[in-house]
Design a protein around this ligand. Structure first.
Ligand code: T46
Length: 137
């Protein structure tokens, strides 16, 4: 398990072109520190639902609240931090080795995720006690 901490997480400003006819945001290849291999998005999430509840061994992800808002609770085995994502021009880079939980989704919210790898269930750690043990021993 990577020896990463909460301080390795980053809020990244996404360029935007604001005009009277609306705003366009763009993410080019140097904005995130990985090569994109997958995009997925969460939507129609009930306000009382809980997503995540795992860590990744190798995966980097960039989460963008393209609509609405939600909270991301992050844990590195020692410390916890909650970040509210609510601006479509600000995304959160989550490095490997960080436990994440997503909750408090606003009505109609959409979480777009750029990921560094294709889907691989073997990259997940879904047991928090195991995660803590791997991070702290
Ligand atoms: C993360 C948070 C933010 C696939 O088949 N392909 C995929 O690319 C993904 C992401 C999921 N799935 C399947 C696996 C499960 O049967 O979709 C189902 C739901 O996946 P999961 O329970 O992992 O969904 P979340 O929202 O709890 O977690 C997802 C990502 O898995 C995770 O990496 O950080 O969104």
């Amino acid at each position: 398990m990577k020896n990463t901490t909460i301080s390795d997480l980053k809020i990244i400003q996404i360029d935007k072109i604001k005009e009277e006819r609306g705003t366009l945001s763009v993410i080019e290849k140097d904005v995130v520190p990985f090569q994109l291999k997958r995009v997925y998005y969460l939507y129609d999430v009930p306000s009382d639902a809980y997503r995540g509840g795992h860590a990744h061994k190798e995966l980097y992800q960039f989460l963008i609240p393209v609509s609405g808002s939600f909270d991301v609770i992050l844990n590195d085995g020692y410390n916890t931090k909650t970040i509210t994502l609510n601006k479509p021009d600000k995304g959160l880079l989550i490095v490997p080795g960080i436990w994440r939980e997503l909750e408090n989704f606003s009505s109609g919210s959409v979480c777009l995720v750029l990921a560094s790898e294709v889907y691989d269930e073997d990259d997940y750690i879904r047991d928090f006690e195991l995660f803590k043990t791997l991070k702290t021993t």
